[in-house]
Design a binder for this molecule. Structure first.
Ligand code: JFZ
Length: 467
């Protein structure tokens, strides 16, 4: 980041300015779908009978090639088995729509180097599988039909097939105790590509990003991953290739060296109020504990837990992009579908309190949950579904404040919103999804509101307060 002002500042600022409409759209959209899908989905986290946890961390299924130290030749053969005949782009776009998501980002190429689209740059692509269908194109068309904005993830830095020296170093970036890692798991034994990093950039990554820009017009976002080891000039080139062909696209700051348009606090990380975030931001979340499909991980975030993440994030002014990992057949696991649709039902009634809102001066009251930091097992992070009726999250929009609760009070129909008394001047209050206007009383202990008997959705409610 320190290096960034030294190169192309003026040019970058000009390019950055062209993205204003997309940034505004992004800040209003709030909720999106992330899709991790590729050859690794065939294994579901198991390589020759061994689970990832018996091999090398990180234990996310899209890292199976690294975890099992699979040689490039052996890994390449998986392409002969890739035939997800049940994949239906329309039903995935429809799922996103019904889930209340406004955009969708799919892995066009992950760290294993396999392209899910028709690439003329590399043979290691979906057209060289029995499936022979351009997944990126099908999904983009399906999203266009549903009015879901479309974007792609592209692993610009790590490419185990064609990149260089991509061994446990990536892990070292995240884990300062990499030497322990080597002691525990041994040195890497696989055969990384002989290409230099620069060869890889010139011959594969830059040309692939360019062809993606040429072949899939009208995209909204590009999710580059892993800023580690990128030189400022290289990050800049990745930014400019996109700008030259699709100037509206906004780019993650994981491009490296400060060139991104929006900030990613970390995987499954809700930023702390004290973090000084200057760019629009997005938290990405796993649904279980893996991005790619993991056959034995059934530790799904429940609907109210997903709602909790969404509220924590939106009340702080950010976006939430929640992941699905389709199987080798191209289907989304049932529990994942069910949970997304449950949240979608909540959003159909309460979406007013989410979309287009901004951070209010108070983000939250009540103290049920803790801050969660870091990727990984959410139970280890201390998550319990123990929401209380005293917990409220707040957002604001057009002179209205939304007080959002995940839990109804059990017997009393009277709730107290302590924070609201700070604003004075209340004109009216109502519950979203209910016709009756509510009576309220401003006390020195906060706003007391008498709730209607209706329960528009089982996962809590929103009081819309007009000021
Ligand atoms: C990366 C990938 O390695 C992973 O497979 C997945 O695609 C995820 C969305 O992104 O993993 C990261 C990258 C950066 C951080 C954590 C995980 N980080 O900065 O905390």
């Amino acid at each position: 980041t320190e290096e960034f002002p030294k190169i192309h500042t003026k040019e970058w600022e000009k390019m950055n300015a062209s993205k204003k409409p997309t940034i505004d759209w992004f800040k209003d959209s709030k909720y999106g779908m992330f899709i991790h899908w590729g050859l690794y989905s065939l294994q579901g986290g198991i390589w020759k009978g061994k689970k990832m946890e018996e091999m090398r961390p990180p234990f996310v299924a899209e890292w199976i090639m690294h975890a099992a130290q699979v040689s490039r030749n052996e890994y390449k053969k998986l392409a002969n088995e890739f035939n997800p005949v049940k994949f239906n782009a329309d039903s995935i776009a429809f799922l996103a729509k019904e889930a209340g998501m406004k955009y969708l980002v799919i892995t066009s190429k992950h760290h294993d180097g396999f392209a899910l689209y028709d690439s003329k740059v590399s043979d290691f692509d979906v057209m060289n599988t029995p499936f022979k269908r351009d997944i990126i194109s099908e999904l983009q068309n399906a999203c266009n039909k549903q009015g879901i904005a479309f974007g792609i993830y592209y692993s610009h830095n790590i490419d185990w097939m064609d990149g260089s020296d991509a061994q446990s170093v990536e892990f070292a970036m995240r884990n300062p105790d990499a030497s322990d890692h080597e002691k525990t798991f041994g040195a890497n034994t696989w055969d990384p590509s002989p290409n230099t990093f620069d060869d890889y950039l010139q011959k594969k990554a830059f040309p692939q990003v360019k062809e993606l820009m040429q072949n899939y017009p009208g995209m909204k976002m590009l999710w580059y991953d892993m800023p580690w080891r990128m030189k400022p000039e290289q990050s800049f080139t990745f930014y400019k290739i996109v700008y030259d062909l699709q100037p509206q696209i906004i780019i993650t700051e994981r491009i490296g060296n400060g060139f991104g348009d929006y900030f990613i606090p970390g995987d499954n990380v809700i930023p702390d109020d004290r973090d000084k975030i200057t760019k629009p931001w997005e938290t990405v979340g796993t649904h279980n504990n893996s991005w790619g499909y993991k056959s034995y991980d059934n530790d799904w975030k429940t609907p109210d837990e997903i709602l909790y993440w969404l509220l924590e994030i939106v009340s702080r002014g950010g976006n939430y992009m929640l992941n699905i990992g389709p199987t080798s057949e191209g289907v989304v696991p049932d529990q994942s579908v069910y949970n997304l649709l449950e949240v979608g039902k909540w959003l159909k009634i309460n979406g007013e309190a989410v979309y287009g809102t901004r951070k209010w001066k108070i983000t939250k009251e009540g103290s049920t949950q803790i801050q969660m930091k870091g990727t990984g097992d959410r139970k280890k992070q201390g998550f319990k579904n123990n929401f209380a009726p005293e917990d409220f999250w707040f957002t604001e929009k057009n002179g209205k404040v939304y007080a959002i609760a995940i839990k109804y009070p059990e017997s009393e129909a009277l709730i107290k919103c302590m924070s609201i008394n700070l604003v004075g001047n209340i004109k009216s209050a109502k519950m979203l999804g209910s016709q009756s206007s509510l009576s309220w009383e401003q006390t020195d202990k906060g706003l007391k509101i008498k709730l209607p008997r209706e329960r528009p959705n089982k996962y809590g409610y929103v009081i819309e307060i007009s000021l």
